[in-house]
Structure formats: structure tokens, C-alpha cells
Design a protein around this ligand. Structure first.
Ligand code: NDP
Length: 255
């Protein structure tokens, strides 16, 4: 086996939550290009079906499933559906997430709850529900999408709920890595810096000074620049990694 063979995912089934746009869409393409059969999970069925068409046109076996990751019964139902229609899941990428920009004293109870519900409970549901299947099958790989916001505080916009949620994702990753290593399950996280997606309005002038000019590479990433890190963590190329949070931020957090 050559080193590049170790990045291959032939014969594997990979689930990507939030796979119908932004980073998740790029992860779905990359995992499929590495040989995996891809199941994307999100709420907007039209957007999901567009991405499935793209993947299929690229020769990737792909299907879409509708679920709200914040709703446990919805995740349980979709996991059963994927197991019966696609097959046992080898790789789970917990990518679905939301962000609210608001100073702390103005954050409403609903906004706080929404962010925690999707970003923390959603990752927890994915890990627990698909993790149970993986333990039953004798192994698997989980890649959680955290953020550099789990380590630093972004500016000039305030986003306390989001930052706290991503710190929780990082530490949940380490907790499950420790607990599930004896079951043959690796759990790692990718912590992206600023990436050009609907979530992150890179091109708005008020953000450029802090988000772009202050960064060593003086630019944001495209989603395709984060995807190889997910393939790495999903594949046997990272077989001795578990409990890691892999920062992919163009150097932003060195300052
Ligand atoms: P987008 O807003 O572009 O996409 C979010 C995705 O999550 C969509 O596919 C959406 O699909 C899905 N989603 C949202 N809520 C739910 C839900 N309740 N149930 C199921 N799916 C849901 O975001 P990005 O691509 O930018 O972000 C992806 C991940 O990367 C997030 O976890 C984010 O925090 C993280 N990240 C992003 C960075 C960036 O700069 N963009 C930087 C660091 C981390 P639908 O609405 O159809 O459900």
C-alpha cells in the first residue's frame, strides 16, 4: 500500500450532516472522490437533491436524507434509514452548524438555545446514535467540525453562544475519543478558520480588517481547502490520531 492509498475510502459509507451547501458540500465531494459512498443529511431537501445530482454526475454513489440534527428522534430515524438503504456507516462527519452574531447582553434565550441545539446537541446526537451502530459493527471514524472559535474569540462581531458551542465540540471530541478507542472508534475534530460560505460574510467591508488583513495569509479559505483534512481524518492515513483538534486556519490563531 502506498501512502496515497492510505487516504482512500473505497467501500466505505460516509455520512455528512449539513452536506447540502458550504463546507459540508465540499466534504461530500471530497469523501466521494476518495471512494466513499456518501449520504448527506440536512433539512432542505431541494438543496440536498441538487448536491446528490452533482455527486452522481461526478461518478460518486450518493443519496440524501432529511433530518434536523438537533432533534434526537429525527437523527435516530435517519440513522436507521441510512443503515437499511445504504449500509453500515463507517465515517460520520458532524458538520451541520449555525452561528448568531450578537453582543452577549442582547443574545435572546431562543438564540442561545438554537445555537446549542444544533452545534452541541446535534453533534452529540450524531455521535451517540451513529456511534452505537459503529460500536456494534466493531469500529468507525467520527470527524466533528469544530472551529478556531472554540479556541479564540472572534472580532469585531461578538458570538458568545457560537464560541462556547465550538469549545464544547472540541472537548466532546476528546471525551469520546478516550471512551471509544477500545471499541476501534477514532474521534477527531477539524477546526477551520474563516471559510467563504453563507455562514461567513467574508466580503462585507466591516470584517475585512480583522478577518482578512490580520491573518498571516491575508485571505479566507474556500471550502475545498478544508476538505482534504476531513479525508485525512476519515481515512487510515490518520490511523494513530484520535482526540485531536486539527486547526486549518491559514495561520489565524498564531497571533
Ligand atoms: P452553512 O451555513 O453554509 O451550512 C450549514 C449547513 O448545516 C447547511 O447544509 C444546513 O442545511 C445544515 N444545517 C443547519 N442546521 C441544521 C439542522 N438543524 N439539522 C441539519 N442540518 C442543519 O455553514 P458552513 O458550511 O460555513 O459551516 C459548516 C460547519 O463548519 C459548521 O459547523 C460551522 O460552524 C463550521 N465552521 C464554519 C466556518 C466558516 O468560516 N464558514 C469556520 C469554522 C467552522 P439545512 O439548512 O438544509 O438543514
Amino acid at each position: 500500500m502506498t501512502v496515497l492509498d492510505r487516504f482512500r475510502l473505497d467501500g466505505k459509507v460516509a455520512v455528512v450532516t449539513g452536506g447540502n451547501r458550504g463546507l459540508g458540500r465540499a466534504f461530500a465531494h471530497a469523501l466521494g472522490e476518495a471512494g466513499a459512498t456518501v449520504a448527506i443529511v440536512a433539512r432542505d431537501a431541494v438543496a440536498s437533491s441538487t448536491v446528490v445530482d452533482e455527486l452522481t454526475a461526478a461518478g460518486i454513489r450518493a443519496s440524501a436524507f432529511r433530518a434536523d440534527v438537533g432533534d434526537r428522534p429525527s437523527v435516530v430515524a435517519v440513522a436507521e434509514q441510512i443503515a437499511s438503504e445504504v449500509g453500515p456507516v463507517d465515517v460520520l462527519v458532524n458538520n451541520a452548524g449555525i452561528c448568531v452574531h450578537r453582543p452577549a447582553l442582547e443574545v435572546t434565550e431562543d438564540e442561545w438555545d438554537d445555537v446549542m441545539r444544533v452545534n452541541v446537541n446535534g453533534v452529540w446526537h450524531g455521535c451517540q446514535v451513529f456511534g452505537a451502530q459503529m460500536i456494534g459493527a466493531g469500529g468507525g471514524v467520527i470527524v466533528n467540525i469544530g472551529s478556531m472559535s472554540g479556541q479564540i474569540v472572534n472580532r469585531p462581531q461578538w458570538q458568545p453562544a457560537y464560541n462556547a458551542s465550538k469549545a464544547a465540540v472540541h472537548h466532546l471530541t476528546k471525551s469520546l475519543a478516550a471512551e471509544w478507542a477500545p471499541h476501534g472508534i477514532r474521534v477527531n475534530a477539524v477546526a477551520p478558520g474563516y471559510v467563504r460560505t453563507e455562514m461567513t460574510p467574508i466580503d462585507q467591508p466591516q470584517f475585512k480588517r480583522h478577518w482578512v488583513d490580520d491573518a498571516p495569509q491575508q485571505r479566507a479559505a474556500d471550502p475545498e481547502e478544508i476538505a482534504p483534512a476531513v479525508v485525512f481524518l476519515a481515512s487510515s492515513a490518520s490511523s494513530f490520531m484520535t482526540g485531536s483538534v486539527l486547526m486549518v486556519d491559514g495561520g489565524y490563531t498564531v497571533f
